[in-house]
Design a protein around this ligand. Structure first.
Ligand code: FE
Ligand code: FE
Ligand code: ZN
Length: 294
């Protein structure tokens, strides 16, 4: 099982610190932002302690190829109202692809975008335009994984058909993949408890070979709520049984799984959640135990 969680890239050791954090969670994968997810301030890649991290990873079952990078939320390629927002998104995405390549990671997760009241079709066309601009000349060993979204506000990408449409019309189609998010799928109306049916639908619309990673999260809201609020594993509306099935699913064996569940009173839940998912046995007292995590 290739599983990990979101970890932080904090000074002064950056990627090395991220790997140490991931190892503390008994993870063999992780996800990072190259800086704060809400802004575009980034330090130079040469300062990220990449070689140190790779050396540490070699000793601790953490491969740089299992590091997923998440693009910041401020990128909105679907924006047709504010030219500057769109251009900033394209420009930042182009730079982010370079950073991913320099780091040696293979997957950049991207929220497709929100159409900000201009209609879904206008938004989808703009996303395609933005991807075509940003992906020109990119490292061909990298994939941009478009994330399945909850459909909150004017978010696009909450249906497989929308993601398929973007992929089909993008010039760099071969460089595009998908990151499924179980909370988002559930909030968008998919029945995550019946995951084989979801995978069949996904395979028909997009193709299983396009699945790059899965964000494994429970959801605080009911199916179809289009809210996007993550819950701890087994403590939301999806429930432990369904999430356990997904992480142990034979068809998803080689797909990187990343937890983005909430901290509990300032304590990271990941070590215990990963352990619980691996064991397949639900722990009723998990939340109380998380509060004792270091
Ligand atoms: Fe995301
Ligand atoms: Fe996610
Ligand atoms: Zn989310």
């Amino acid at each position: 099982m290739i599983i990990g969680s979101h970890v932080s890239l904090s000074a002064p050791n950056y990627l090395l610190a991220a790997f140490e954090e991931a190892h503390h969670y008994q993870a063999n994968a992780c996800m990072i932002y190259t800086g704060a997810p809400q802004n575009t301030k980034r330090i130079d890649v040469s300062r990220l302690k990449i070689n140190e991290a790779i050396a540490y990873g070699n000793e601790h079952d953490l491969s740089i190829e299992h590091v997923v990078i998440h693009a910041p939320y401020i990128i909105n390629l679907a924006n047709t109202i504010n030219e500057q927002t769109f251009e900033l998104g394209v420009d930042f995405l182009r730079q982010e692809l370079k950073r991913v390549s320099q780091i040696g990671a293979k997957i950049l997760v991207l929220h497709p975008g929100a159409h900000v009241k201009q209609g879904e079709d206008a938004g989808l066309q703009q996303i395609i335009k933005g991807l075509d601009l940003a992906m020109e000349g990119m490292d061909p060993s990298i994939h941009i994984a478009l994330e399945t979204m909850a459909g909150k506000g004017s978010e696009l990408g909450y249906r497989f058909e929308q993601l398929a449409y973007i992929m089909e019309h993008c010039k760099y189609n071969a460089q595009l993949g998908i990151c499924m998010d179980t909370c988002h799928l559930h909030d968008a109306g998919y029945d995550v408890a019946n995951f084989d049916a979801v995978l069949n639908e996904f395979d028909d619309a997009i193709g299983m070979n396009r699945l790059c990673c899965i964000h494994v999260n429970d959801s605080k809201n009911s199916r179809g709520a289009r809210k996007d609020r993550h819950a701890n594993i087994g403590f939301g509306e999806i429930g432990f049984a369904a999430l356990k099935e997904i992480v142990h699913h034979p068809a998803l064996k080689d797909v990187i799984k990343i937890l983005e569940t909430p901290y509990v009173d300032g304590h990271a839940p990941y070590r215990l959640e990963i352990e619980m998912l691996k064991s397949g046995i639900f722990d009723q007292d998990l939340i109380e135990k998380i509060k004792e995590e270091k």
